[in-house]
Design a protein around this ligand. Structure first.
Ligand code: G
Ligand code: G
Ligand code: MN
Ligand code: NA
Length: 255
């Protein structure tokens, strides 16, 4: 496949880039976190969605090289923003199952943090429910090690799998990101989603976890989330994912 060969060379040909989407504290309006998302600009075909090429990279094993490149780029960028005098933010990076299950994951993350001189508290790792399934023991061990080192962890696309909420909430994570499919259903009166969202929030808070709503697009959705004390919101209402230079508009000077 042409695409697969192209993918392998995408890093060295500098066709990959990273965009950042702000996560906003609903109470204060402050941006404390950004999600990093990978972009591939193919020389002939233009932008290729990560939903298409990440699965390819997983099949071919290229995801490991991609993962290292993303993590290092994000940590360098975050360190550069801190050194430029901006108030520090956390940056969240998506990890696929293969990446998360790699041998010595903790060691390789620590190596990158050391090289880039970024404090571990400014890195968040997003894993999905499907990554957890079938790998509970090793995942729990890895999550505990990452936590011990001060790295933050969130469960992405929360609610889309088949696990029960109480089961999922046993995992030692800091944050739960409610999938955008539930957020887009909020406006439908008395919807199942409304009940689910408010239940997730109160369960999570009871376990000292914070909650992020993904895909927030309207004021109406934001009002609902505010009413139920959701902690943070991310979505087109604030901004789509944007290149680093554009993201600086969301940063404020450190005191
Ligand atoms: O950016 P976009 O909204 O098109 O992302 C589509 C999907 O690709 C999302 O599910 C997202 O989690 C995934 N994705 C985006 N960037 C990365 C990345 O750097 N690593 C991994 N593993 N997945 C990513
Ligand atoms: O699966 P994950 O949460 O990692 O992927 C994030 C995806 O959601 C990215 O593809 C991003 O572009 C997309 N996204 C971010 N905000 C919104 C939004 O408000 N609405 C919609 N439809 N998609 C969004
Ligand atoms: Mn994500
Ligand atoms: Na998601």
């Amino acid at each position: 496949f042409i695409l697969r060969n192209d993918l392998r060379k995408a890093i060295e040909r500098e066709e990959l880039s990273i965009v950042y989407q702000p996560r906003v504290d609903i109470e204060t309006g402050k941006v404390r976190n950004a999600e990093a998302l990978l972009r591939w600009n193919h020389p002939n075909w233009g932008p290729v969605s990560p939903a298409e090429f990440i699965p390819l990279a997983e099949e071919s094993g290229d995801i490991m090289a991609f993962g290292d490149w993303i993590l290092k780029s994000v940590c360098l960028q975050n360190k550069a923003w801190q050194q430029a005098g901006y108030a520090p933010i956390q940056i969240s990076v998506n990890f696929s199952a293969q990446q998360f299950l790699q041998k010595d994951l903790v060691g390789s993350i620590q190596q990158i943090l050391k090289e880039t001189e970024l404090g571990p508290e400014w890195l968040e790792i997003e894993i999905t429910e499907s990554t957890i399934l079938g790998n509970e023991e090793i995942i729990t061990r890895t999550l505990n090690q990452l936590r011990k080192w001060g790295i933050r962890i969130s469960i992405d696309d929360f609610g889309t799998g088949y696990s029960s909420l109480s089961y999922l909430m046993r995992f030692p994570v800091h944050t739960i990101k409610i999938d955008r499919s539930f957020i887009s259903d909020i406006s439908k009166d008395a919807s199942h989603s409304q009940t689910l969202i408010s239940s997730i929030i109160s369960l999570a808070h009871g376990l000292h976890m914070s909650v992020v709503a993904e895909g927030v697009e309207t004021e109406e959705q934001l009002d609902f989330l505010k009413k139920y004390q959701c902690d943070e919101a991310q979505g087109y209402l604030y901004s789509p994912p944007v290149p680093a230079a554009e993201f600086e508009a969301f940063l404020v000077p450190a005191l």
